[in-house]
Write a protein that binds this ligand. Structure first.
Ligand code: PMP
Length: 403
């Protein structure tokens, strides 16, 4: 008799389906980095230098001296770890400062920092306890998991399609009972989608939600620090701060740190800090991470650093399209369409052989026939880095027959 778990067998199955993943160790998170073949990451074994176009450190602030200094100071004066849940003894002035900055930047009354964007999504959806969640079909896994944790019914609407959202809400309202009238409905969408690089039609989503009195929650993980005059995200850019009930995101991308946040009105934050289990029962964000995010947010708001990123994005998009590639989306995330999954993997391998790291994104992450290379530039990429990327795409694309 056996009641064990055949993990080797499960890994083998993943291998057969092309879904087995491996860790790649890097020397640093800077634009230029080295990858080792040795999973133990012995620095002696670091391989050729490569330029990474695969990081969400979009503003290149994760190794910025100013951010490092503020983070170091917080480690020395406040502590390296919060030591307890914020509700116990883990709440510090560094957390409060970060939350004030985030609320200010988002045009919200108040913000709350979580230990990750994942925890923010799962904890918030679960705590709100909606009866029905209307969710864009390409929403991030942490939103999907938030829906799974609670008892909500999840209705998936077509990607970026506010008409389909409205139709789903209408169908539900027409088929509903009088008791259903009091149901709590939550519409949730990413603002910028990480695999397609496109932007949700937030104004139309808010219009549809308003018709049915539903709440709107927007995940700005890929937009905070980059969009809007004040880096407040797409919600801010579109002037929707008053219409979006829950603004949420991560500190781990443009804000160069680790952690997540929710911003909204006083009642929302006061409720979540009491009821979101991933906040209540998890150690507070570490002070160095909170301080790093504050400083990165200050730089994002007060300097024109994002302009460097947008210049690089324009050069790459023009260059890739000029060669004949189809580049999806309309943001700083550049998904280069390849189609066949084998071709995409081959192209990514050949790019890497030329010192350019950009991952192949394949099914099941994206639909069959739409495999792509996800190119994610950073504000710190130099003109040489960009030229190297474009050269690699030209040469590798010709070899693979993608051009
Ligand atoms: N939401 C979106 C849209 C994301 O892309 C991510 C991270 N990939 C998360 C949430 C989770 O954020 P974190 O990495 O801070 O857990």
């Amino acid at each position: 008799m056996t009641h064990g778990f055949d993990l080797d067998g499960r890994l083998d199955q993943r291998e057969e389906r092309g879904l087995r993943r491996h860790l790649d160790v890097a020397e640093s998170v800077a634009a230029r980095t080295r990858f080792a073949d040795d999973p133990k990451g012995d620095p002696a074994d670091f391989g050729e230098e490569a330029v990474v176009f695969a990081s969400n450190n979009y503003l290149g602030l994760a190794d910025d001296g100013r951010v490092q200094q503020v983070s170091e100071l917080a480690a020395r004066t406040v502590g390296t770890g919060a030591g307890a849940s914020r509700l116990v003894t883990g709440d510090t002035h560094v957390h409060r400062a970060l939350e004030r900055d985030l609320a200010d930047c988002k045009g919200a009354e108040r913000a709350l920092a979580f230990s990750s964007g994942y925890a923010a999504n799962v904890g918030t959806i679960d705590a709100l306890a909606p009866d029905v969640v209307f969710s864009d079909e390409l929403n991030h896994a942490s939103i999907i998991d938030g829906c799974r944790v609670g008892a909500a019914e999840t209705v998936v609407y077509d990607h970026c399609d506010a008409d389909d959202l409205r139709a789903e809400m209408r169908a539900r309202a027409d088929g509903g009972t009088d008791e259903g009238d009091g149901e709590r409905w939550l519409v949730v969408t990413d603002s910028v989608f990480s695999m397609d690089g496109d932007v949700a039609p937030l104004s139309a989503v808010c219009d549809a939600a308003d018709e049915f009195g539903a709440w709107v929650m927007v995940d700005e993980a890929h937009a905070t620090g980059l969009f809007g005059d004040d880096g407040g995200g797409v919600v801010q850019r579109e002037g929707l701060s008053d219409r979006v009930d829950v603004q949420l995101g991560t500190l781990s991308k443009a804000l160069a740190s680790q952690g997540g946040y929710v911003a909204g009105d006083e009642a929302l934050v006061e409720y979540l800090l009491n009821a979101a289990r991933s906040f209540v029962f998890s150690t507070g964000l570490s002070p160095p991470n909170a301080a790093a995010a504050s400083e990165a947010l200050r730089i994002a708001r007060e300097t024109d650093r994002a302009d460097d990123l947008w210049d690089t994005v324009a050069t790459l998009r023009d260059g890739l399209e000029g060669m004949g590639y189809e580049v999806l989306g309309e943001t700083h995330i550049l998904p280069v369409l390849v189609g066949d999954r084998g071709d995409a993997v081959e192209l990514a391998d050949r790019l890497e052989a030329r010192g350019v790291v950009a991952p192949a994104i394949r099914p099941p992450t994206v639909p069959e026939g739409t495999s792509r290379i996800r190119v994610a530039p950073m504000a710190t990429h130099t003109a040489d880095d960009v030229a190297r990327c474009l050269d690699a795409f030209r040469e590798a694309g010709e070899e693979v027959g993608a051009l």
